[in-house]
Design a binder for this molecule. Structure first.
Ligand code: HEC
Length: 161
């Protein structure tokens, strides 16, 4: 083998090895690089999601799904929805006497005042509210159906039953 021929084949071998190295490097980049990149990407997405969670999700999503705060608000909202009419009538008509206990009117939330009356049964209490009793005027002067007065009674006694 001449020097020239040696150099030619040796150079070719070097070139082949360089090419192989480059190819392996590229493959390594594609296989390994891609993987580490995607792991990084998910980690980033997770981190970002966690970081924006208190801002974006906690306030909005938990409000919808029932946080303690909403749990505290919703039942009272529901209760107000159910007894809304009774409360309205109480607040506009009955409170005049039953708020402060005028002429010994049993006060809202006064268990001791309501207990003996409730003992007679709700029918009797409704009847007294509708027909009047002593200083309690019929329907408490409310101008509307008996059912509304009953709703107001229900609202008044709901806290003392
Ligand atoms: C003018 C004052 C006054 C107003 C207004 C009034 N009440 Fe009364 N109410 C009284 C008084 C006084 C009593 C106590 C009567 C008694 O026991 O002698 C009473 C008693 C009651 C009782 C107890 C009845 C029982 O069985 O002993 C109910 C129920 C009641 N009121 C409901 C209402 C409702 C509902 C309204 C509003 C729609 C209303 N009252 C408005 C003065 C009032």
């Amino acid at each position: 083998m001449t020097d020239r021929a040696f150099m030619k084949s040796f150079g070719g071998l070097i070139l082949a090895l360089v090419a192989l190295t480059v190819i392996l490097f590229i493959i390594a980049q594609i296989v390994g690089g891609k993987e580490s990149k995607s792991v990084e990407a998910t980690a980033d997405a997770k981190t970002i999601a966690e970081r924006i969670k208190p801002v974006g999700e906690v306030t909005v999503a938990t409000a919808a799904s029932g946080s303690p705060v909403m749990a505290a608000i919703i039942p009272s909202a529901n209760a107000a929805g159910g007894g809304d009419k009774g409360k309205k009538i109480y607040d506009t008509t009955c409170v005049v006497c039953h708020g402060a206990g005028v002429a010994d009117a049993p006060k809202l939330g006064d268990k001791a005042a309501w207990a003996p009356r409730l003992k007679a049964g709700m029918d009797a209490v409704y009847a007294n509210a509708i027909k009047g009793k002593g200083a309690m005027p019929p329907k408490g002067t409310y101008q509307g159906p008996d059912a509304d007065v009953k709703a107001a009674v229900d609202y008044m006694v709901s806290g003392v039953k």
